[in-house]
Design a protein around this ligand. Structure first.
Ligand code: PEP
Length: 249
């Protein structure tokens, strides 16, 4: 099926210039599997993107953590997709649960953002995931299907999209999904893509997992049939990120 393993590091709103320098130096000093085996993308805060892009080895690609929903202009505090393209940033994370919860980004708004970013030539890591209440209520699949549908409704191609399944209850909590929980949702999401888009989209779209992934639990998760990589938060700021990018070897 040829889905190349994908590991994203989401640095969130963390780091001083000194700390970022250290992370870059750790990444540059580590062994990275060949680009044929794994695609690695790190996502620093906007202000550090130019530094990280210019200093990191070319095996690492750079993503922004967000971008504005349409063409730039009078939107104080926002960063446009055009600006990211202008800086040569290939990737953007859209729909992270922190943006959905803290900045009230609706499914439709996330769908619009994904569509606009793709239209400008960016590649998108699109995040979906249920809260603990939704999981306990047995609505996990309904929730992630609705989030995925809001994206599917707005785009005509999934070629440049990586879908990140990130259960909200697992993000930053140290409470990782069990391999069974992760595989179940990933398989259902792939089935959803098959039913609602095209069989080729389901077969080729990478569905990655995020939520308390670390150097110790990554190998077991990486072995799952429908898991094609990770989006890593906390551990992407630490040297163990180098172990995570080797998880599929
Ligand atoms: C994330 O922020 O996307 C994430 C998965 O965070 P953590 O790995 O810290 O749970």
């Amino acid at each position: 099926m040829g889905r190349k393993f994908f590991v994203g590091g989401n640095w969130k709103c963390n780091g001083t210039s000194e700390e970022v320098k250290k992370i870059v130096s750790t990444l540059n000093g580590g062994q990275v599997p060949s680009g044929d085996v794994v695609e690695v993308v790190v996502s620093p805060p906007f202000v550090f993107i130019p530094y990280v892009k210019s200093e990191l080895r070319s095996e690492f690609h750079v993503a922004a953590q967000n971008c504005w929903v349409k063409k730039g202009g009078a939107f104080t505090g926002e960063i446009s997709a055009e600006m990211l393209v202008n800086l040569g940033i290939p990737w953007v994370i859209i729909g992270h649960s922190e943006r959905r919860a803290l900045f009230n980004e609706s499914n439709e708004f996330v769908g619009d953002k994904v569509a606009y970013a793709l239209s400008q030539g960016l590649k998108v890591i699109a995040c979906v995931g249920e809260t603990l209440e939704q999981r306990d209520a047995g609505t996990t699949m309904q929730v992630v299907a609705a989030q995925t549908k809001a994206i599917a409704d707005k785009i005509s191609s999934w070629d440049n999209v990586v879908l990140a399944y990130e259960p909200v209850w697992a993000i930053g909590t140290g409470k990782v999904a069990t391999p069974q929980q992760a595989q179940e949702v990933h398989a259902e999401l792939r089935k959803w893509l098959e039913t609602n888009t095209k069989a080729e989209v389901a077969a080729s779209t990478r569905i990655i997992y995020g939520g308390s992934v670390n150097g110790s639990n990554c190998k077991e998760l990486a072995a799952l049939q429908d898991l094609d990589g990770f989006l890593v938060g906390g551990a992407s700021l630490k040297p163990e990120f180098m172990d995570i990018i080797k998880a599929a070897e």
